[in-house]
Design a binder for this molecule. Structure first.
Ligand code: FAD
Length: 438
């Protein structure tokens, strides 16, 4: 990489999975001037589990942070999809082939361990500077030099000029709104009318119940499905925590619209939502202490016409928020980062025109793939949430036959598309041809 390219000032908004992975991917490529602006005062990640699929792990490994995450991760050997009401198994999929096919296991972990390892990786890089408690106020220019205002919590707003701005400021992205305004498009946030409870049970809470102990000691992701609702659960943190993530119709947020996407929920409301699920589920939900029920609102937005304007690019949930049913939201944000590292490192010069072209190569590698997965997650959710009737009978027959799995993340053909695609390699291989075409 030419010296002038290495010295480009690259600013990143947001230190979520997408922002941290971008900063690290760029530093690993040799960029010397990376600044990250984050609203929060520190990286206090909400406690919850996260699936660490091979396409994500491949990139984390290249960024040098997988070893740290792997220590606590649990390797999944199987997934079982079960009727929520009766606990009878609808389908069972072995995940044994994943390692031999893709070179990495399908693991699960704690969000804090993923984010913590990415942050530790960033802290080891001298080229990355963090500005916590500092929010993006607005973007005043997208090119030739992106210029934006930031608002420190305890100080006066100031203006920052960069050579490249990567905005990974999440589903409520300020940059996305401003970018779409500039190009005359509205891309409204879509209410999915779904919400999620995220629950973490400790080994101590589960150890006196042999059925629950078997779950936390296992290497299985279990999905219990019912009409308009499901629960997916797996052990994390070295089998010391059992993570449950639910999806149900959003009645609480709908009743009390608020700016926030998470809220303390009521335990009795949660028990009510899953009242007709089997006793095993009831026993787990009953272990959640009163006052510790956390509910997340699930939001997406319509596909954007572009993720790029001038020398500014959107990253992660800012441009492809998804329902969680494919377990790919963070994985896709990390793919964005891996590809951005590749294309920016291949910049032939520092002209804003070249920067825009390189960013459009990023969009070319990433946009269609990410949007396909967003659609697949929605479709998979619809299949999981079927009520009694012909469609459900057909789905259950498919589960039984096992040729294709209606819970799409566990389907071998779908896994091939997701895990078998090395986005960084593709970006590197196709860069020159795509760049020259722009
Ligand atoms: C219930 C549920 C389960 C999930 N399970 C999985 C899973 O198993 N596997 C998986 O891969 N993904 C999963 N996801 C998705 C995943 O959590 C997200 O896709 C991922 O966190 C997106 O990362 P991001 O960096 O793009 O955005 P975020 O994580 O939202 O980060 C955005 C960051 O930007 C900061 N920010 C926002 N506005 C500003 C501003 N104006 N100025 C400065 N900073 C700002 C925020 O404080 C935040 O730190 C799940 C999501 C949900 C809701």
């Amino acid at each position: 990489m030419a010296d002038e390219v290495k010295k480009l000032k690259i600013c990143i908004i947001g230190a979520g999975m997408g922002g941290l992975a971008c900063a690290l991917a760029l530093a690993k490529k040799g960029f010397q001037n990376i600044e990250v602006f984050e609203t929060a005062s520190n990286l206090g990640f909400v406690g919850a589990g996260i699936q660490l699929a091979p396409n994500m792990v491949r990139i984390l490994d290249r960024l040098g942070v997988w070893d740290e995450i792997e220590k606590e991760a649990v390797i999944l050997k199987e997934t079982s999809i079960r009727q929520g009401a009766t606990d009878t198994e609808l389908g069972h999929v072995s995940l044994d082939h994943v390692y031999s096919t893709y070179g990495y296991y399908h693991s699960v972990g704690h969000r804090a361990s993923l984010a913590g390892a990415l942050y530790n990786g960033c802290k080891r890089e001298e080229s990355i500077k963090f500005h916590f408690s500092t929010a993006l106020g607005g973007v005043t220019s997208f090119s030739p030099q992106p210029t934006f205002t930031v608002v420190p919590r305890d100080g006066e707003p100031y203006s920052v000029e960069a050579d490249i701005l990567l905005s990974s400021d999440g589903v409520k992205s300020t940059t996305r709104v401003e970018m779409m305004k500039r190009i005359g498009v509205t891309a409204e946030i879509i209410d999915t009318n779904q919400a999620a409870y995220r629950i973490m049970l400790t080994r101590e809470q589960m150890q006196d119940d042999p059925d629950l102990l078997a779950l936390i000691n296992g290497q299985r992701a279990t999905r219990w499905v019912g009409e308009k609702r499901h629960i997916i659960a797996y052990p994390v943190s070295g089998n010391n925590i059992y993570n449950l993530s639910t999806t149900q119709p959003d009645t609480n947020f709908a009743a009390a619209p608020s700016e926030t996407y998470t809220t303390k929920g009521s335990k009795s409301a949660m028990l009510g939502v899953f009242a007709d699920f089997c006793p095993l589920i009831q026993r787990m939900l009953n272990l959640v202490p009163e006052g510790e029920v956390c509910e997340w609102k699930l939001r997406v937005h319509s596909p954007l016409p572009t993720w790029i304007h001038g020398s500014v690019a959107l990253v992660g949930d800012a441009c492809h928020p998804t329902l969680p049913h494919m377990n790919q939201g963070a994985a896709q944000a990390i793919e964005d980062a891996g590809v951005l590292g590749e294309v920016l490192a291949l910049l032939p010069d520092v002209n804003p025109e070249s920067i825009n072209k390189a960013l459009r190569v990023y969009e070319g590698v990433r946009k269609e793939r990410a949007e396909t997965l967003v659609e697949l997650a929605a479709a998979s959710g619809r299949a999981m949430h079927l009520g009694e009737g012909k469609a459900k009978e057909e789905r259950d027959r498919e589960f039984k036959e096992g040729k294709s799995v209606p819970d799409k993340w566990a389907d071998a053909q779908v896994q091939k598309t997701i895990y078998g695609f090395d986005c960084m390699e593709v970006a590197k291989e196709t860069f020159k041809e795509e760049f020259d075409k722009m």
